[in-house]
Design a protein around this ligand. Structure first.
Ligand SMILES: Nc1nc2c(ncn2[C@@H]2O[C@H](COP(=O)(O)OP(=O)(O)OP(=O)(O)O)[C@@H](O)[C@H]2O)c(=O)[nH]1
Length: 369
């Protein structure tokens, strides 16, 4: 149907990180006309959002045409309701949805609602995850709450707020280095920067409406990760080995690359094994695959925990670069296991590892933790 799938952005960040402040500023931009904002509220956490002052259970129409609502129940019900309103003409247009999560939320269930619901996958697509990090409390929050580390790990864009309140620039530098360490693929932006607007924060998805093409490198975060590599050897401010950063060590972001085509069955089995053995440890996965069956059309995969978004095929390789590239963001998942599993399925088994044929007969042949 025309206008579908509607891009959904998830705005997350710890309590008081500045989500509402940023959102209020962004919504003044005419580029966000016809946007619905859903405040996803779990439990009894009190909110005092300016934006939703008069919101009851229903959806309210803001003066600039944006819609806003608070959800206490299931996010999927609200999303389904929006589609229903659109189809029955009660909403004229819906260009975008922003879901603001409460501070304590683990972002994975929100992402799953968008990606996995059978009735919604046709109507919505995940555009990206924007994570606010409060510069003043960021380090302490990351130390205390693994959810905060997860929020940073799954982000496509990380926005630093309250940098104006930081008196020691070294603090800011240390925090930035730490965020880079947790998530090398995300773009790191400053909330106060005039450039941190609609263009920088939205349309993180594979399809870029500005260029009307798919940008695989940007979507996979390879540009940002590449920049990070450049700075990696400057010898400063790395979070490695710091006792207070115990949660950081548990989160890993890595790429799996294979230069030739891979049969669909091999990829399917690799992903199945990964998700069934380690689903809850897979915070996010995105990738493009060169299929043996149809090498000229890349297969795009995108998943959160056990949920895999229905894979789609692009008409052609947008950046001319073929091959299979998967980016995995994991929590407590042994990287060596994943690499060996991937190598086996792409037919490059290591010496003490079974090959693909052996794994297809006995999927447990590689012992994962
Ligand atoms: N100085 C300064 N204050 C900020 C900035 N961003 C947000 N604040 C203030 O921080 C407080 C919390 O901001 P909110 O936007 O309500 O944060 P939130 O993430 O929506 O908060 P919750 O919904 O409670 O999780 C407010 O008093 C804001 O005015 C900033 O960049 N600089």
């Amino acid at each position: 149907m025309n206008g579908f799938p509607i891009p959904v952005s998830v705005l997350t960040g710890f309590l008081g990180a500045g989500k509402t402040t940023l959102l209020n500023r962004l919504l003044k931009d005419p580029a966000l006309a016809d946007t619905a904002v859903i405040i996803n509220e779990y439990g009894e956490v009190a909110i005092d959002h300016l934006l939703v002052e008069q919101a009851s259970d229903g959806i309210i129409q803001l003066s600039d045409g944006c819609l806003c609502c608070t959800v206490r129940g299931e996010l999927v019900d609200t999303l389904a309701d929006l589609v229903d309103r659109l189809q029955t003409g009660r909403i004229a247009r819906l260009a975008r949805v922003i879901v603001e999560t409460t501070g304590l939320a683990d972002p994975a269930p929100v992402l799953q609602s968008i990606m996995a619901h059978p009735a919604l996958v046709q109507a919505f697509r995940l555009d990206g995850v924007i994570t606010l990090v409060d510069t003043v409390n960021g380090n302490a929050t990351l130390d205390a709450h693994v959810e905060a580390v997860k929020q940073v790990a799954v982000a496509d864009r990380i926005v630093l707020s309250k940098a104006d309140l930081v008196t020691d620039p070294r603090e800011l530098k240390t925090l930035r280095a730490r965020l880079r360490q947790i998530n090398p693929g995300a773009e790191l932006l400053d909330a106060a920067d005039t450039g941190t607007g609609v263009a920088a924060l939205f349309d993180c998805g594979l399809y870029n409406p500005a260029t009307k093409s798919a940008d695989v490198r940007r979507w996979l975060g390879e540009e940002a990760a590449h920049d990070h590599d450049h700075h990696h050897h400057d010898g400063h401010d790395h979070a490695h080995g710091h006792d207070g950063h115990r949660h950081d060590q548990r989160v890993r972001s890595y790429s799996l690359v294979h230069d030739g085509p891979v049969p669909f069955s091999a990829i399917e089995m690799f992903l199945d094994l990964l998700r069934s053995a380690h689903g809850e440890r897979l915070l996010r996965m995105k990738g493009v695959i060169e299929l043996s069956e149809d090498p000229s059309r890349p297969l795009v995969v995108h998943g959160v925990q056990k949920i895999l978004h229905p894979p789609v095929q692009l008409p052609s390789w947008p950046d001319g670069q073929r091959g299979t590239r998967l980016v995995l963001i994991t929590l407590d998942m042994p990287e060596d296991y994943v690499r060996r599993l991937f190598a086996a399925f792409t037919n490059r088994p290591s010496i003490d590892t079974p090959d693909r044929a052996a794994l297809e007969n006995n999927p447990l042949a590689i012992a994962g933790r």
